[in-house]
Design a protein around this ligand. Structure first.
Ligand SMILES: [Zn+2]
Length: 483
């Protein structure tokens, strides 16, 4: 008995020492850069963003009003004459803009700054809920209101303001700078960013880094963190949309067979629901843990410092909420179910659509074959409707990532900076292959309130926040010269 007690106590002591050791050696990865004060007023820029919001560059699923898009392109020409004069510019995919600001040193790799100028529609029914109209760019209570304020005209106008100002001041970059402004990001980017990426690949462009939307300065969104956390998306989830369909002889509803087409598809959906993809700590999540963990309060820091050992505990916490669950596994959401034409007729066909978001480390093929195994039913035909593999994970130890980290601190001051996985898809996924550093960060603060305005109601950006975003792009352009 004594011996057993000794063994138990001994293991506890070793365990405690092990946990403490990991805690003590869980070093901060935060860089030491100070905020740089900025005296520029940027007042005109605020008016420009307001004007940009007033142009209704809406991407509907099946059509766009091209006059509004041309109006936006003309607006850019009018408002940024120096940029137009100093850079070469072209339209690709019809309406997407690519600017090239030639650097003085051709031996240096170029950089690519991205954004998109299309926006999602505002449903009629939601109009009364908007405190300010969505397409008037009203400047009220210290905010610029309207669709596109944070997604993503802040990027387009923020970048252009920075460039225009720098050109006016006689700045000449050493590196070539490409500006890529897509016109159809909200509907997959097939005609915009994809065409620009294709064009650059054909030219043999290899960029030092690509910077697009997809990461934010967050306030109160990282559980356990009091400080603001700037999240840089070092990768994003891939996706595959699968159609499951079956055809079975029908008949009269008064004499149903043992299994109808509806039963087969219903069982398939239950099987998929009951067999989720396993949760685990992927490479980019581990990068996040290593950067945010050391800044956490004691209890959470201990768990994060011992994430290898305590993975099941961490997973149990992550699996609780839909957004955190999405960070630890490939998720499957049935989005369409269809069958039947008449109340008393057995349907001969049934179909369901699964929208699957793929965690880095898995592929369209591996996920599709896992679903096939789960269904284990030859009567079900599986067809891939849309697909995109998760892009490569950018390395947070690379100087390009660190340059972005530095630029964030120089503008936003004392914040925690960390890599993370973006769970939605961005235009930047097309740029894998052009650079090993595809980084996602849009310079404004996202909190529990305004996160709902993404594609939602009352989208707006703080006037000061928008001014910071211009300073941020200036810092990125200047700091990129030192890489
Ligand atoms: Zn966007």
């Amino acid at each position: 008995m004594k011996k057993l007690l000794g063994i138990i106590l001994g293991s506890f002591t070793i365990g405690a020492i092990y946990l403490s050791y990991n805690y003590i050696t869980f070093d901060s990865k935060q860089l030491d850069f100070r905020k740089i004060e900025n005296n520029s007023s940027y007042d005109e820029a605020v008016v420009h963003l307001s004007e940009a919001i007033q142009i209704q560059t809406i991407s509907y699923d099946d059509h766009i009003d091209t006059t509004e898009f041309y109006k936006f392109i003309d607006f850019v020409k009018d408002v940024y004459p120096h940029t137009f004069q100093k850079t070469s510019h072209q339209l690709l995919g019809g309406l997407s803009m690519l600017f090239t600001w030639q650097g003085s040193d051709p031996s240096l790799k170029p950089i690519i700054l991205m954004s998109h100028y299309d926006v999602v529609p505002v449903p009629e029914g939601n109009l009364p809920k908007w405190k300010q109209p969505p397409f008037e760019g009203k400047i009220v209570d210290g905010f610029i209101w309207g669709r596109g304020a944070i997604d993503d005209k802040v990027g387009v106008i923020g970048i252009l303001e920075a460039i225009e100002g720098m050109i006016k001041n006689g700045y000449q970059p050493k590196r070539t700078i490409y500006l890529s402004f897509g016109h159809d990001e909200e509907v997959m980017g097939n005609n915009g960013a994809k065409q620009i990426a294709h064009f650059l690949k054909q030219k043999g462009v290899k960029a030092e880094f690509v910077l697009d939307e997809g990461g934010y300065l967050t306030d109160g969104l990282v559980p356990g963190m009091e400080k603001q956390v700037a999240l840089i998306g070092t990768t994003e989830k891939g996706f595959v949309t699968l159609e499951l369909s079956t055809e079975i002889e029908g008949g009269h509803a008064s004499m149903p067979k043992k299994e109808t087409a509806v039963d087969v598809i219903a069982k398939a959906l239950v099987a998929v629901h009951d067999n989720p993809f396993p949760s685990h700590i992927s490479k980019p999540l581990n990068d996040f843990i290593e950067h945010v963990g050391p800044e956490m309060p004691f209890a959470l820091k201990t768990v994060f410092a011992n994430s290898n050992l305590l993975e099941p505990v961490l997973m149990a916490v992550y699996e609780k909420g839909p957004s955190s669950n999405a960070l630890v596994r490939t998720t499957v959401a049935p989005t369409i179910v269809e069958a039947g034409v008449k109340n008393n007729v057995l349907p001969t066909q049934a179909r369901a659509v699964l929208n699957i978001r793929i965690l880095p480390g898995e592929t369209v093929e591996s996920v599709t074959s896992a679903i096939k195994n789960t269904l284990n039913d030859d009567r079900i035909k599986i067809q891939i409707l849309e697909r995109s593999n998760p892009p490569a994970v950018s390395n947070p130890k690379h100087p390009a990532y660190k340059m972005l980290d530095q630029s964030i601190r120089e503008v936003f001051g004392e914040v925690v900076v960390s890599p993370y996985i973006m769970i939605a898809a961005s235009d930047s996924r097309y740029f894998t292959g052009i650079s090993e550093n595809v980084l996602r960060f849009c310079p404004f603060t996202l909190n529990k309130e305004n996160i709902k305005s993404f594609h939602g109601i009352n989208e707006k950006i703080g006037v000061e926040e928008f001014k910071n975003s211009i300073q941020f792009y200036e810092r990125v352009i200047k700091n990129a010269e030192e890489l």
